[in-house]
Structures are given as C-alpha cells and as structure tokens.
Write a protein that binds this ligand. Structure first.
Ligand SMILES: Nc1nc2c(ncn2[C@@H]2O[C@H](COP(=O)(O)OP(=O)(O)OP(=O)(O)O)[C@@H](O)[C@H]2O)c(=O)[nH]1
Length: 816
C-alpha cells in the first residue's frame, strides 16, 4: 500500500491542495495539510471525485481559457504526432495519462493497475514542460484508451502474434487517431454547442468574428431592402405636366432612369438626348407606357412675370402707327426711309448694310408715323420678326426690277404670322427693267392680291432714288392706320419694347425704346429683362432732349443698370419692385445658364455618338451692340448641316476678353468678334490656348465663313496679322489734321499700315495712316517704346486712351 501526499495528489489532478483536503475530509479522512499523506483508498476517493470532474475539470478549464493559444497550438500540432505510425511508447503513455472521457470498466481497471505509475511518471514532466496542453491532448484520450485496451489484449492474450498484432494495432491506432481527431473536432463543436462549457479564447474570437460577419450581412441586407423600398417609392404612379420638359426632367419626375426614358422614346420613334425637350403629348405617351397617370396642369406663375393690365376702352387715346419696312436685301429699304426722313443713313454703314434697328418718328400732314428701320439682310431675321411684333403696319419693299425674292417671302410670312397688315412699296420704278405687274403677279402667288385686282393689299409704285410715290405711300400708311383705329392709354406707367441697346463709355447703357402704352418720363424707374434703373435722360431721333415719351414714340434713354437685350419688354414701375424682379430674373437666368452649361456633358457626348457622331461647332459671339449679337446668333443657329451642329456657347455685347478665351478653350469653341477687338493680352491668351479667334466687320462675312467651313469649302482667307499697337496719349489739333500723340506699345507702326482705331475694345474706325511723324519729321516706321504723331486718313474723332492698331492681311489656309 503506497501513500501519497495531498499536494502530490492535488498536483496530479491539477487542483489546489485545499480542494483535495476538503474532499478527503468529507470522507472522514483526517487530513489538514498538504503534506499529509493518504493511502490508496484516500487517493481513490479523490480520484473518483476529481477524475469525474476531469472529464471537464474545473481547474483545468480555467487554465485552458487562459492559455488558449498554447492549447490551440497544441491542437494543431497534435495530428502530426498522432498520425505518425511509428509513435514511441511515450506517446502511448501520453494517451493514457490524459484519461478518456468514456472509459469502460476494463480501462478503468487498467488505469488502476498501470495508470498510476504512468500518471506520476509522465504527467509531471508533461505538465511542467507543456503546461496546459491537457485539454487538447485529453480530448484525444478516449480512442487511445481503446488502443490501450488493444495493447493490453494483445500483450496479454496472444503474445505470439505480437508483431502482427502490433502492426494491426498500429493501424488501429492510426485509424483511431484519425477518429480521435474527428472526435476532437466534434467535441469542440459540442463544447460550443450549449454544453455550457467555457469556450477557448480561439473559439471566442472566432465566434465574435462570425457574429460580426453575420451582423454585417444583416446590415447589408437591410440596407439593400431599404434602397429597394425607396426606389420603389420613388417610381411615380402619377405625375403632373405643365409644359414641355427635357428627357432628364421627365425621368426625374417619374423616378426612372434617363436611359429607360430614352429607350422608350426610341421605341416610339423619337430620338431624343438627355437634355432634349419633349412636348407634353410625347411625355404623356411615354409616362403612360410606364403605367403612370398624367395630369395636365396650368404652368406655375412665374414671380418674375409682369402681368399686363388691359386698359379700359375709355382710357384709350389715338396714337401714331408704328411701321416696319421689310424686304429683300438691296431692294431699297434704307433709301426709302432716307427719303422719308430726308436724311442719309446709307453712307456711314459698314459694308453698305443697315446693321442696327433704329426707330424714327416722322411728321406727315400733321400726322405722326413711327418707322422701325429693320435691316434687310437675312442676318436680321430674328430682329425683323421682333420688329413685326412691335409693329402696326409692314411696308414691304420689292424692287420692281428684281421681283419677289427669298427674303420678300420671309418678310410676308413674318408679317402674316404677326397679323400685321402689309402695304407693298414697289420700288425702283425709275429703273428701265421695272415691271410692277410682274411683281404684283408674283405677290399674288404669295397671298397678296392688289386692290386693283380685287384684293385688299395696297401696292404703291415708288422710286426712292427719284423721290417719287413717297406721298402716296405715306398717305396710304395713314389710311390703313386710321382704319385700324390705333389707340393706347397714355396715362399709365410706361410699357414698351427695347429696339436697340448698347454700352457707351461715357453714358453707360444706351437704349432705344419704343413706348407702346402709357408715358415714360425722365425719373421713372424702368425694368427690361434683368436690367433696371431710373431714366436719367431721354432724347428723340434728332438728339433733342425730351421729358416725356407717349405711345408710339421712340426714344433713346439712359439710366439702365446694364445693357438690356433688344426685343425685351420694358416696364415702368416702382423702384423696389423693379429691383426685386430684376434680382429674381438674374437668379433664374443663372440657373438656366448653369443648366445650359450642363448640356455639354458626357451623357450628351454619348448620345451624340449614338446619334451618328454628331459633332458640335461651339461658337462664342462678341459684338459691339446687342442687335448684332442677336443677329449673328440667329443666323449661325440657322445654319443647318447634317454633320455639324452649331452651338452658341456664349453671346454678349462688349470687347473680347480673356474670360471669353478661357471659356472657348474649355468648351473647344471658336470666338467670333463683330466690330470688337481683342487687346494684346487677349490675343496672347488666344494664342496660348490655341483658340481660333476671328473678327469681322460685316456679319455676312462671318456667316459665310462658317457656312463654307462646314461644307469644307472655306476658301483660303486673309488673316490679319497685327503689326503693332500704339496708345493715344494726347490729341493735338492742327489746322490740317488731328494728330494722335501716341506711344508704340508693341511691334511697329508704319506709314503705309492698315490701321484701326479701337475704343474700349470696340472698333470705331478702320482705314489708313495719313501721316506718321517723329517730332516734326515724316518717318516710315516707329518701333516699340517710341513716341510718334499719327494722323488717320479721313478720321478726326480720336480720343485720349484710344488704341491704334496696325495690321497686315496674310493669306492663310482655312482653319475651321
Ligand atoms: N435706281 C434706283 N436705285 C435705288 C432705289 N432705291 C434704292 N436704290 C439703290 O439700291 C441699293 C440698295 O439700297 P438700300 O436702300 O441700301 O437697300 P436696302 O434694302 O436698305 O439694303 P440693305 O440695308 O442692305 O438690306 C442702293 O444702291 C440704292 O441706291 C430706287 O428707287 N431706284
């Protein structure tokens, strides 16, 4: 009978001595200290208790949890050991030592017989060296017990077959070890699976990780469901339409993708890009295709709109007729108006074409007639249309020797669409080839039947050149006006139309206005588009100051905050109201401009490619007056080409500046200047940015250039090369000439140079140098940084601060 000390037993079971003492005391074995000894029966008692627990020994569990990584490491390492078929006996011992979970009686007995020694012998160093590996190793115990049994059997039962048995046993061991690994995993699973067994740190962290992944998955699914629910909710079932809208707007209203809308439109045979407008009918069809109900509503009231009040009949007083002279180019509009006004406008015009709308009032037989001088070139189609709208009577000039021409027909159509009565002036009756009957014949083919042929159109033969038939024409105008009973209320705030507007260096915004209703007085606040201001001064067509302008009277007014657009409605109103509306309009305009710039988007480019590689020719227009800007814009936009689309990126009054170049560079546009010049910095910027900058003095040339370029037929053109620039620093008046005391700022000025005089970026004169002097001597050339005196051929109105630009014309290959 061997005796063992309490602390040895405690150590063996991995518990504290106290615990062993308490167990023994419970069984009335008298032990109080760790050094006390107990016999086998005492040991068995302890073993019974702690051995059972050792299936899940508490103390070991504690240690296990603390040392999980080691255990894990061990677990991982174990298979290598176990799978080794040539395991040492030590291994077997290990397995014994670690005690199985389901030991049969036999194994228990074996444990009793052999295990004790083994326990003592093996467990000690194992614990010391491997610390808390038991948990992992212990898990392997059960199957190995079987091995052990087998060993025992083999050893005890059939010693002769020992070798075979050993081999077999080895195989069994291998199998069992493999099984043990499997069981081990299962055990681990069981541990996690609610046996209330504490988990190892490894399994805890794995669990946490698993939980996190699970949580993330759940979150993702929730978000996805939420997004789907929102998308579902965003798809409208009912929409309201108040007018045409872009494809993008329609898509937004319906909560659908733009591509869906475009696809549907394509199926309906409508090829539309994202920013293209579709009318209400088309939008309705598309919406209905998606099962969306459409309700048509009245467009929302625009706070920037000014509602026009109808004047009571009793307030109306007779007013003079407003007449527009229309007709084909060179048929004699200006000449006719000249004769009527007894002035000569034609001489001063660049290219001999009337470029700006002017308005004049003439008196004939104590009656006033207002004439709007609409230019005759095609370039002014838009202005003519506007003119017709502000007009009571249209005088259609047709040259008797030329007959009805394209612009004659256009003019007829404009007048008709504006519901304006037409009086035909068959001009150039003095010409040998004049054939008024032929003209009448042609006109009747276009719905204008002369009175003498049973129609209602007055046709007056005239000759502007010989001043014949003018009275007859004016009398007929008055006659038609009388029949029309033209009336307006002069006693209300002014209402009218901006005929022309431009920026003047000294006077600011100068604006020709036709008052149509009410009276406009100096001091009145007026609003036209985004421009507003107090009328500082008013002058009539003869430059005389006027205090009040009544219906049908054209006046030039000063006082606008900015240059209004030609054709804009002008309203006399309250100071604050004007400012508020102007601000709202500016804000609205900004939004529209932003939207317009958004049009050049990748979406657009994609659509363009899809629509057969439609390329845009982007153009920036700068001109001296609004009328030219509009004219150029309308004409350019009117150019139709299957391959190239003209896009006016920006159009404004004023000199070409660096921001224009930057915009052109950014939008890959060409810059077209009309009667305006870039300064040296701007030219440099254009060169750096490789922006094609073109300047013109005649609108026709600009349009012609673009048209030819689009046809690939742009003739080799003459490009001007600026040779030098001089700044006018002093103006000296001599009996012979006006001399510009100048300083050459760049390049050189030569006495045979073509020059232009530029004031605030606007060309005021183009011609030749008359004389070039250094002090009193005539010189051929003056270079940079030298002073000189320059006088210009046939031009005296030179001002300090003006720039004289010398240039050459060089032939260049087409660029557009
Ligand atoms: N023989 C003759 N020539 C005329 C008559 N009226 C105008 N002309 C000439 O026709 C040419 C064109 O005249 P304009 O008055 O400039 O014609 P327009 O229609 O105003 O021309 P645009 O301003 O370019 O549209 C000028 O050379 C005039 O001298 C006329 O009654 N008889």
């Amino acid at each position: 009978m061997s005796k063992k000390r309490v602390h040895e037993i405690a150590k063996e079971f991995g518990v504290e001595s106290k615990q062993v003492i308490s167990i023994l005391q419970q069984h009335n074995i008298n032990v109080t200290k760790a050094v006390n000894s107990v016999d086998d029966s005492g040991y068995d008692i302890v073993k019974k208790q702690l051995g059972k627990k050792s299936e899940a020994p508490k103390s070991t569990q504690k240690v296990e949890q603390k040392s999980a990584p080691t255990a894990a490491h061990k677990q991982e390492a174990a298979p290598h050991k176990q799978q080794n078929p040539n395991r040492s006996k030590e291994h077997k011992k290990d397995n014994y030592k670690q005690g199985g979970q389901k030991q049969d009686d036999q194994s228990k007995q074996n444990d009793h017989k052999k295990g004790n020694v083994r326990h003592v012998q093996i467990s000690e160093p194992t614990r010391k060296s491997e610390g808390n590996q038991q948990s992992g190793d212990r898990a392997n115990n059960r199957p190995n017990n079987n091995n052990r049994n087998n060993d025992n059997r083999n050893n005890n039962g059939r010693p002769n077959d020992a070798r075979n048995n050993d081999n077999r046993n080895n195989d069994n061991r291998n199998n069992d070890n493999r099984n043990s690994n499997n069981n081990d995993r299962r055990n681990k699973k069981n541990k996690k699976g609610g046996n209330n067994r504490p988990q190892s740190l490894l399994s805890t962290s794995m669990q946490k990780k698993k939980n996190r992944v699970k949580h993330r998955n759940e979150q993702y699914l929730q978000q996805k469901a939420e997004a789907e629910r929102k998308a579902e909710a965003a798809i409208a079932t009912e929409i309201e339409l108040s007018g045409p809208l872009t494809v993008k707007e329609l898509a937004e209203k319906m909560g659908r993708e733009v591509s869906e809308i475009i696809k549907k439109l394509m199926l309906l045979g409508v090829m539309a890009s994202i920013n293209q407008e579709v009318d209400v009918d088309t939008a309705t069809i598309v919406a209905e295709e998606f099962g969306v109900t459409v309700t048509e509503v009245e467009p929302e009231e625009d706070p920037t709109d000014i509602i026009e009040i109808e004047d009571a009949p009793e307030t109306l007083k007779p007013r003079p007729p407003v007449v527009t002279i229309m007709g084909h180019v060179d048929h004699g509009k200006t000449s006719l108006l000249d004769v009527i006004r007894q002035t000569n406008v034609t001489a001063g015009e660049a290219g001999g074409i009337t470029q700006h709308i002017g308005a004049y009032q003439v008196r004939y037989n104590d009656n006033k007639i207002t004439f709007l001088d609409t230019p005759g070139h095609e370039a002014f189609t838009a202005m003519r249309l506007r003119g017709a709208k502000s007009t009571d009577i249209a005088v259609l000039v047709v040259a008797a020797d030329d007959g009805v021409m394209p612009q004659t027909i256009e003019a007829i159509n404009h007048a008709k669409s504006a519901d304006v009565p037409i009086i035909v002036a068959i001009n150039k009756m003095d010409k040998p080839g004049a054939n008024p009957d032929h003209v009448k014949q042609q006109l009747s083919e276009h719905g204008l039947l002369p009175e003498e042929w049973g129609g209602d159109v007055i046709m007056v033969p005239v000759s502007a050149k010989q001043k014949q038939g003018i009275d007859d024409l004016l009398e007929n105008i008055l006659l038609v006006a009388e029949v029309m009973e033209l009336k307006a209320n002069p006693n209300r705030k002014a209402y009218g139309v901006v005929i022309e507007a431009q920026l003047d260096k000294g006077r600011g915004a100068v604006c020709t206005v036709l008052v149509q209703k009410g009276s406009l007085r100096v001091g009145d606040t007026v609003l036209a588009g985004t421009a507003y201001g107090k009328v500082r001064a008013m002058t009539n067509e003869r430059g005389e100051k006027v205090k009040v302008a009544r219906p049908s009277m054209p006046v030039e007014i000063l006082g606008f905050s900015e240059v209004p657009q030609a054709g804009e409605i002008i309203n006399g109103m309250d100071d604050n109201e004007a400012r508020a509306i102007a601000e709202k309009r500016i804000a609205k305009q900004r939004v529209q401009e932003l939207q317009a710039t958004h049009k050049v988007t990748l979406d657009d480019i994609f659509n363009q490619i899809q629509q057969g590689e439609l390329k845009d020719l982007n153009i920036i227009i700068k001109a001296d007056v609004q009328g030219s800007v509009e004219a150029l814009r309308q004409s350019l936009e009117g150019i139709k080409n299957p391959e190239v689309r003209i896009v006016i990126v920006h159009a404004a009054v004023g000199a070409i500046n660096e921001s224009d170049i930057m915009l052109a560079s950014a939008s890959n546009a060409i810059v077209m200047g009309f009667n305006v010049r870039p300064d040296a910095n701007v030219r440099r910027a254009a060169e750096n940015e490789k922006v094609d900058l073109r300047t013109y003095r005649v609108i026709y040339d600009a349009i012609n250039d673009v048209e030819s370029a689009m046809r690939g037929m742009l003739a080799p053109q003459f490009k001007e090369v600026v040779v030098g620039r001089a700044e006018v620093r002093q103006v000296i008046s001599t009996p012979k000439a006006i001399v510009a005391g100048s300083y050459v700022t760049e390049g050189r000025i030569t006495n045979d140079s073509e020059v232009r005089l530029i004031r605030d970026g606007i060309v005021v004169f183009e011609g030749k140098v008359d004389s070039l002097r250094r002090f009193k001597d005539e010189v051929k050339e003056v270079k940079t940084s030298f002073e000189c005196g320059i006088s210009l051929e046939g031009y005296r109105d030179i001002k300090e601060g003006d720039v004289i630009e010398a240039y050459l014309m060089e032939e260049v290959a087409p660029q557009i």
